[in-house]
Design a protein around this ligand. Sequence first.
Ligand SMILES: Cc1cc2nc3c(=O)[nH]c(=O)nc-3n(C[C@H](O)[C@H](O)[C@H](O)COP(=O)(O)OP(=O)(O)OC[C@H]3O[C@@H](n4cnc5c(N)ncnc54)[C@H](O)[C@@H]3O)c2cc1C
Length: 244
Amino acid sequence: MPAPITAELVAREPIADGIAQLSFALREPPRLQFKAGQFVSIAIPSAGPDSEAVPRRSYSIASQSDAGELLRFIIRVIPEGKASEFLMKLPLGAVVNMTGPHGFFVLDERHPGDVVFGATGTGFAAVMPMLGELARRRESGHESPRSLVLWGARQESDLFARAEIEALVARAGSELRVFLTAPGAGWRGERGRITPALLDRLPELTAPTFYLVGNGAMISELKRELIARGVNRRAQIRTEAFFD
Ligand SMILES: Cc1cc2nc3c(=O)[nH]c(=O)nc-3n(C[C@H](O)[C@H](O)[C@H](O)COP(=O)(O)OP(=O)(O)OC[C@H]3O[C@@H](n4cnc5c(N)ncnc54)[C@H](O)[C@@H]3O)c2cc1C
């Protein structure tokens, strides 16, 4: 059940171009029980005269779901964004109010076939604990679906936590494909958006379950195209749009 949470900012560091990682130590409750893929809603107090209605912003929990004492968030810093400014200026040691955990973008208990993640930008924050959960299921013999992870970004400098993500992908026995829409000259990886790349892979997938997260336009387009190709929206597609 979502509940009020207070948490103290204990670390903040840039991890990619315009992307920061923030860690909050839980004060009350001392530990958050959450499922991989869920998010919290953070209160963003405003200093202005009309600051009575405190705005809130949602952030996916990027830390592993078996380590709920320290919540980690991976945040795209939006220029002049209310929450971005608040979180980037917040002094270490400051305590913020949140509620959570929220959301139904979580791994199904069991999958009838393949698992496919499609994430853009900081949407990958939600995929990281989901990969960790898949890895733990695999290591405990609970289930071991074939899984594919597609990550889309603009350029190489937008990619974060590469070593950690590759280690998670390996533990989950997954396959990671990274696509850049505006790569620099040195990029030797794949180019373009994840939508056509994922649709190309569709014929070789068996009873797939899709987890789509990040840019809302990507999610709407992929959902529409998957449904047009016979994928069942309710049974096979899970989504979390960070913005329209
Ligand atoms: C369920 C959920 C989980 C989310 N998890 C995360 C997360 O883990 N990390 C994260 O960075 N954001 C996440 N977001 C987005 C976040 O809630 C805020 O919208 C974002 O931080 C911008 O807030 P702001 O007040 O700084 O800027 P605002 O002024 O409110 O936003 C300005 C514009 O920035 C764009 N925008 C918002 N978020 C992003 C983004 N992530 N990447 C690129 N453009 C964006 C949108 O077009 C938005 O209209 C999540 C949103 C939802 C609904």
